[in-house]
Design a protein. Structure first.
Length: 73
């Protein structure tokens, strides 16, 4: 299960990095006074990416759990 925790950390870091990058891009465009339409599109895109990464994360955790159960059996 040691490997599992490492993978968990890597996945968490990836999601955090994604989120940070998307946020900084949004902040910069807001500071440059980009139109609301563009910001709206950006928000929708980030929301989709967030949802996708959450789904991938859940699927990944499920797989890890299944593998751990397999080891126990």
């Amino acid at each position: 299960s040691g490997m599992g925790s490492w993978r968990f950390i890597i996945i968490q870091t990836t999601i955090l990095v994604q989120w940070a990058v998307l946020n900084s891009v949004g902040w910069r465009s807001w500071k440059r006074d980009v139109s609301w339409q563009v910001l709206g599109r950006w928000y929708v895109a980030t929301h989709r990416v967030e949802r996708l990464s959450c789904q991938l994360y859940k699927a990944y955790m499920f797989v890890l759990l299944a593998l751990d159960m397999g080891h126990l059996l």
